[in-house]
Design a protein around this ligand. Sequence first.
Ligand code: HEC
Length: 469
Amino acid sequence: MRGSTVRLVVAAAGAAAVVAGAMVRSAAQNPAPAPTFNRHVAPIVFANCVPCHRPGGVAPFSLLSYDEAQPHAEAIEVMVRERAMPPWYADPAFGEFKNARALTQAQIDTIVAWADAGAPEGDGRPPDPPRFEQTGWRMSRAPDLVLDLPFGEFQLPPQGEVPTFTVWMKLPLRDDRWVQAIEMRPSVRGAVHHSSISLAPDLPLGTRLGRAPVFTGGPVLDGVPVYDDGRPFRTATAEAFGMPIMFYVPGGGFMQFADGLAKRFGRDDWVTWGLHLISPGRPDTVRVQIGLWYARREPHHEVKTWTVNQTVLVDGKAIVPDANGRRAMPDIPAGASSWAVTGTLKVEEDITIHAMWPHMHYRGKDMRFVVTQPNGRQETILNVPHYNPHWQIMYELARPLGVRRGSTITAYGHYDNSAANPHNPDPGVPVRFGPQGTDEMFIPFLEVTVDDEDLRFERQQELLGIGRP
Ligand code: HEC
């Protein structure tokens, strides 16, 4: 429902643009020959679209050949003109990103002119499309370890959403592992609305791993922590337990770090796996797998996921955590079009930021990350002016950014709970902060390394039998 509204709006804007384009062209004296697929469009599409638009890719159709692309020419034109495809939401004025996917204006103009001219194939042959390994994973080699849901498959209802739930599993590791790439992959595209994994040092206090309803009234499955009296443990948010590792939405679910950087998966760690599943509109079962690729060489730094919400201000007022660390965030009023939430993080050690990753739900409107140095100098390191809840993108800096101790990182977010927000499922209700898809979240994620925590130095100390100072 929501998706189709968006599409209608975009299509209408595109149709108007097509008419305007046609008028401009008929006025031109010597129109340049129209671009063709084989010569002009294929190189752009092969470089920018087919990593997702290919058989087995995350996108719903393939663009690997003229015959596959031509029927979508009009939609392609609209999506590239609106800069809705390839999905990328960073303001180009701030920061350079190594995973940037945006097309240049010249590339957009080429595709638009091609579609307006009736999407001609052209003479000759297109360049060879890139080859993709048929492992089904995005890395060219198969994962070193695959994690499955503790209960294997989940039976989806014939329609509707499954309430968010979290399951736990012990990592099947004999030693700690350095993980350089992670991918989460559901067997049914569209059945996983979102999912998150974190690593926790232990099960919740007083519980053991058991079988219980995964949510109140839900199916009885493995992977639920239960108390001695059989009561299942219920989490408010998966993020509250341990270190967040990955947040998946369709089209995302993949992260890979540069050589020398990796995440630590401890042999004693537990995976807490949060899932929000939705029916694909028919009864079906879904499997979800996580592929882990180990670093080939010992890394020099551990990548940690931090969040910029040590202190949180809502509409200018500080929200102080209670004894359990929970913050009573006020609801976003119905209709509020620019509800401000600001988070800050005081940096106590010299760190290096590798990536940023704004996380909000359907009312998310924008988010900006700013570093304030001890001398007061401020720099915007990421600005996402039009947040899209369907694309949880990790923005990876082209050059990792050193931040000195004493600096402050601030994340400025806004929420639009009005009818003007095309993603808003219900502008008529106030929205609380919480774990469900219909609740809101404010999580400005950072992927950082702590400069002093040099693993090479620590290994050397260990070899020499010297403990950490
Ligand atoms: C990162 C993966 C990814 C890349 C890169 C990508 N797409 Fe997509 N595309 C998707 C997914 C997933 C969808 C399904 C709709 C959605 O989730 O937004 C989609 C949908 C579309 C649609 C259908 C829109 C609609 O709803 O009618 C078009 C057209 C499209 N993409 C064109 C392109 C073109 C052209 C490029 C390259 C310039 C491109 N895409 C690059 C993932 C991608």
